[in-house]
Design a binder for this molecule. Structure first.
Ligand code: AMP
Ligand code: MN
Ligand code: MN
Ligand code: MN
Length: 277
């Protein structure tokens, strides 16, 4: 059987709209046969996703999307095939939950200065036991009619340099890669084109990522066009990184990004799933 892979998506354990069960079922309906759940900085959704996948005879790859710092930039690193119980990684996610809670308090205080009240309580309620993200704030601002789209929430309040932006120190990229690889996983640079890097910076990043033990990069995502995929494939080949394919699905309300709806991986790229067993 040929597998159909989607190796990047979110449940309501972080900023996804669907429970792990609903997410796995939706992926199944869309023809995905191997799904990695990669919530932001948490593995909390994996148990539920795994049991649902087992019932559907689907392959569930234990994943995470770690926030990391490199050269003053925030990067996202996807870990695939990790052991979520590996202690340094489990400790890191605990710490990240505390970091995110503190950050949420600070974001809410900044919003209060703009006379927007009640954000902290609202995002805490929406996130439940899961990770609080800026997406939760964007949804709150949307629900209170302060903005009319998620994008506007980032452009006016939550994005870098905006009134409710809180700079956060994430683990260094090298350390995040180490947590993943020592947990038995493959570290994959997520959506490389979303960091607004010049070609020179991109090359520096890919070299540093490879040096740190990174083994893959996303080549096909839910948003990339054919030219971008070609460019990413060239980078992957040049830096001897395997290529991953993942939708980065968050919610059914953005139908232009859908689980399993992905272009094929170009054949000059070694698929990351050859490293997963
Ligand atoms: P955080 O990790 O808490 O900083 O939240 C980042 C999340 O917010 C990302 O994973 C995206 O899902 C979402 N996000 C970031 N920037 C934007 C944007 N410009 N528009 C909509 N969503 C965004
Ligand atoms: Mn997200
Ligand atoms: Mn990301
Ligand atoms: Mn993501």
């Amino acid at each position: 059987m040929t597998e159909r892979y989607d190796l990047h998506c979110h449940s309501n354990a972080s900023d996804g709209a669907l429970s792990p069960t609903d997410l796995v079922q939706r992926a199944h309906l869309n023809g995905v046969t191997a799904l990695a759940l990669t919530d932001h900085d948490t593995t909390m959704g994996l148990n539920e996703a795994r049991s649902c996948a087992a019932e559907l005879n689907m392959r569930l790859i234990d994943g995470i999307e770690l926030s990391a710092s490199w050269q003053n930039k925030c990067l996202h690193i996807v870990g695939l095939g990790i052991d979520p119980n590996y202690e340094p990684l489990a400790n890191a996610t605990q710490q990240l939950q505390a970091t995110r809670l503190e950050r949420a308090q600070k974001i809410a205080e900044k919003l209060e200065k703009k006379r927007i009240m009640g954000a902290f309580e609202a995002v805490q309620k929406a996130a439940g036991q899961g990770m609080i993200t800026r997406s939760h704030f964007a949804n709150f601002l949307l629900s209170q009619f302060h903005v009319s789209t998620q994008q506007e929430a980032f452009d006016r309040y939550l994005g870098k340099g905006k009134p409710a932006y809180v700079a956060t120190t994430w683990a260094d990229m090298e350390i995040a890669v180490k947590w993943i690889t020592e947990a038995g996983g493959v570290a994959v640079l997520a959506h490389p084109l979303r960091y607004d890097l010049t070609a020179n910076w991109m090359k520096r990043l890919l070299a540093a990522f490879k040096d740190a033990g990174g083994q893959g990069m996303e080549v096909v995502t839910g948003r990339n066009n054919p030219d971008e995929i070609k460019l990413l494939a060239t980078y992957a080949a040049r830096f001897q990184l395997t290529g991953s394919t993942g939708s980065d699905f968050h919610s059914p309300v953005t139908p232009w990004v859908e689980l399993g709806r992905l272009a094929p991986l170009p054949d000059n790229v070694q698929p990351v799933w050859e490293l997963l067993n």
